[in-house]
Design a protein around this ligand. Structure first.
Ligand code: NDP
Length: 513
């Protein structure tokens, strides 16, 4: 019956998913979408962007008239580009019989133009090729800058001056890093805004496209049971953990210049934290959500050195197998002080979160790969069951875990009586394991975000004032670490990180997850 339908989460239509197809019927035939992947020869383009575009095509999310252009300096023919990208396309969602055919249809719409990122002339050549495909229709153009940050501005200038749409919209997706501190980020924003309006800039943070992160607001604001507990009154501590079980693997040159705080914490973890901690937005509109995110980011006190542990992974051998140290990377100097691990305790200076320690933990070459939010609740006042049982009061508190990766899940640790004649409690999980509840494979984060950019949905992209607020949290710390040449604590490749993190956690009564 209708009541049952309404209760089924999958069927509830929110303003955000209403009219899911980005293109109105009437516009279908008239407009055309040109997607230009700048840096098409690179790693990100091959591994993420082209496969995501194919998945969208495969699921009928691209408009009827679309063209994809790869652009980079490497010399390649259209056929060569198609060969390269065809190797990474998969038909993973609802594998249908016509996959092969769909791939061929998709590849036929992919073209390549070779040019320099700073050459307006080369972008003009691209423009005339795009016009040919657009055949006089109203054209919308989406540029994806999958290039190193030092050529962002050049490519934006050229795209704006020589290849933007004359009768439709032009949007530019930009990848991190958005600067390396407050000043450089501000400068990047200032220069980009010489060519584009804020509305045309889509700063991507792929964590915001993860299913569980998207779900954070739904979980908080569509369930009565969580929101009343979501404050200092009931929450004792929060952890945001992002760990990888591999090292820099060939990306040493990039990493050496940024380090883990800039690579993971200042962007991915702070973004997740802002969705976790923000107040109720006026609506689900992008600007309402981003307004709340900025507010909470601006309420975070800049992180202090005393509340931080930095680490760097060292060589570790098991029998004959050895895993390299960070400094074994040929592009990294032997005396590098770049942190590959960091843990930071921070506080949000507002009435909701005052005094609640929030611990951000990020690291490479650790024992596991995972991204999680762990919320530890206070103990039950006057808990009857802790008095004589010898149970550790601290360990018996509730904990809510939101596991973003791998194996998406939301689980709540609760105390439960062990069945039997005695009165003994143990801890069990109320567990919403995604793979059993939602067995269908989910779209990759890049698919969701690309589709959002095509729709003009800005909710999951970072506005410039958010970026500014996020840098303000970490810039003083980053300066101090560098000025004082703080030596990172070494930890073995594949371990649980530097020992210091346990002291930091204990100081604020955080039970490490
Ligand atoms: P790549 O190093 O693979 O570079 C992409 C392309 O840019 C290359 O194929 C090359 O194309 C061109 N390029 C490389 N170095 C230079 C240079 N010094 N000057 C001018 N052009 C150059 O980068 P990725 O694909 O890994 O990443 C692209 C962007 O996305 C970067 O900003 C990165 O920080 C960001 N990013 C990447 C992620 C990933 O998983 N790889 C994840 C998150 C963000 P050609 O020589 O043909 O012009």
């Amino acid at each position: 019956g209708p009541t049952a339908n309404v209760l089924d989460a999958e069927l509830v239509e929110t303003p955000a998913n209403k009219g899911f197809s980005p293109f109105l019927e009437t516009e279908k035939d008239k407009s055309t979408l040109s997607i230009v992947v700048v840096g098409a020869s690179g790693d990100l383009a091959r591994k993420k962007i082209f496969p995501a575009l194919f998945a969208l095509f495969y699921d009928d999310h691209l408009p009827q008239n679309f063209t994809i252009y790869g652009y980079a300096r490497s010399v390649m023919t259209d056929m060569e580009l198609r060969n390269v990208i065809s190797r990474t396309l998969t038909c993973r969602i609802d594998k249908r019989e016509n996959c092969e055919e769909k791939m061929n249809q998709f590849l036929k719409r992919c073209f390549y133009h070779s040019g320099q990122y700073s050459s307006e002339e080369h972008f003009l050549e691209l423009d005339s090729k795009l016009r040919e495909k657009e055949a006089g229709r109203r054209s919308n153009r989406l540029f994806y800058l999958a290039i190193p940050p030092d050529v962002f501005v050049d490519a934006t200038r050229c795209a704006k001056h020589r290849a933007s749409s004359e009768n439709g919209w032009t949007r530019v997706i930009i990848e991190k890093p958005f600067g390396r501190d407050t000043e450089s980020s501000r400068e990047l924003t200032r220069t980009l805004k010489q060519y584009l309006t804020e509305d045309q800039i889509f700063r991507i943070d792929h964590q915001l496209g993860e299913e569980l992160v998207e779900n954070l607001l739904a979980l908080r604001f569509s369930n009565l049971v969580f929101e009343p507990l979501w404050s200092r009154n009931y929450i004792r501590s929060v952890q945001l953990i992002f760990s990888e079980d591999f090292g820099v693997e060939g990306r040493g040159r990039y990493f050496e210049n940024y380090g883990i705080i800039r690579d993971i914490m200042q962007n991915h973890l702070l973004q997740i934290l802002s969705l976790f901690a923000m107040d109720t937005p006026v609506s689900l509109d992008a600007e309402d959500i981003r307004n709340e995110k900025v507010k909470v980011l601006r309420s975070i006190k800049p992180v202090e050195l005393k509340d931080v542990i930095v680490g760097q992974y060292k060589r570790h051998c098991e029998g004959n197998v050895c895993y390299p140290a960070y400094t074994d990377d040929p592009t990294v100097s032997n005396d590098s002080l770049t942190p590959t691990f960091a843990a930071a305790t921070m506080f949000i200076n507002n009435s909701r979160w005052d005094g609640v320690p929030i611990m951000l933990v990020a690291g490479k070459a650790l024992q596991s790969k995972r991204a999680e939010i762990r919320v530890q609740f206070r103990h039950v006042p006057g808990n009857l069951y802790n008095r004589n049982s010898g149970t550790d009061l601290d360990k018996a508190t509730n904990e809510l875990v939101l596991r973003i990766q791998p194996e998406e899940a939301i689980y709540l640790k609760v105390n439960n009586k062990v069945p039997g004649l005695g009165m003994r409690l143990d801890r069990g999980d109320l567990n919403l394991l995604y793979k059993s509840r939602y067995p269908r494979e989910f779209p990759d984060a890049y698919e969701r975000l690309l589709l959002d950019a095509m729709k003009g949905e800005r909710r999951s992209f970072i506005r410039s004032d958010e970026l500014e607020a996020a840098w303000a949290v970490f810039t003083p710390l980053l300066k101090e670490l560098e000025e004082k040449k703080v030596v990172p604590e070494l930890y073995s490749y594949g371990s649980s990180g530097p020992v210091g993190v346990h002291y930091l956690a204990a100081e604020h009564n955080v039970r490490l997850g």
